[in-house]
Design a protein around this ligand. Sequence first.
Ligand code: B1M
Length: 221
Amino acid sequence: MSEFVEQLALCVERGKVNRESLYPPDLHGQDGTDELAKQALEQGLKPDTILEGCILGMDRIGAKFSENKAFVPELLMAAKAMTAAMTHLKPFFQSGAVKRKGTFVIGTVAGDLHDIGKNLVAMVVEGGGFEVIDLGTNVTTAKFLASIEEHPGCSVGMSALLTTTMVNMEGTIKAIKEKYPETLVLVGGAPVTKQYADKIGADGYSPDPQGAVAILNKKVA
Ligand code: B1M
């Protein structure tokens, strides 16, 4: 693993956003994810390498959280640090195509506030040539339905990061299929599996953003 990936992962894990940020105190005055991502791109590093460092840092803080060695405030700071790096990656993911192939409505399911993975999927799908309507987090069934009505012919993506919220996908899919049976519904997120997606009646499942684009491309092919 490169020194850069390690350094970026550490900044995500420790929640170090930028040089000015006072948190964490022991890293005060040092570059954070903001500067590191910007410099890496200027030096010609691939956006994927930056993403690798971010995800590694997130995995590490997630593991500490599981072991009660880190707590919600630390997770929030890590998320903030990852978002700062991702801001620099946005133009790369979005520069895919000019002509829109269709509309993709995406949101994190009801009860769930995790948005980093969902944001990544939104960016990559947008880069794949689709118009993306991002409904944010904690999206209710009613909100998904209203958006489908507003964007006839759209496809829908749902993200869930909690075993307690992924179960909300089933009811939303049922409601969508009752009212708009032709709508393609795609699900994803760490606890979601292909088997679960099939069980709840989703049309597609992908473990990553690229797979989501591939499924959407198949629909418009
Ligand atoms: Co939370 N959290 N969290 N958290 N959090 C997890 C998910 C957890 C696994 C941590 C742990 O215990 N190790 C655990 C869930 C356990 C479980 O259900 N099995 C957990 C918990 C328990 C909680 C709380 C309940 C903690 C509490 O309050 N006691 C709470 C719940 C709040 C709520 O949502 N109601 C909570 C809160 C939070 C924060 C708000 C502090 C923060 C989120 C901030 C934010 O998102 N803005 C947070 C974070 C940061 C995490 C971890 C550390 C990182 C998640 C992340 O962003 N990963 C996470 C542990 C971990 O994952 N290592 C954890 C990086 C991201 C790029 O990956 O989202 O998986 P991911 O997305 C991937 C794929 O899954 C896929 O593409 C992405 C890129 O490859 N993908 C899709 C995602 N959506 C897709 C949709 C698709 C296709 C692919 O199609 C539509």
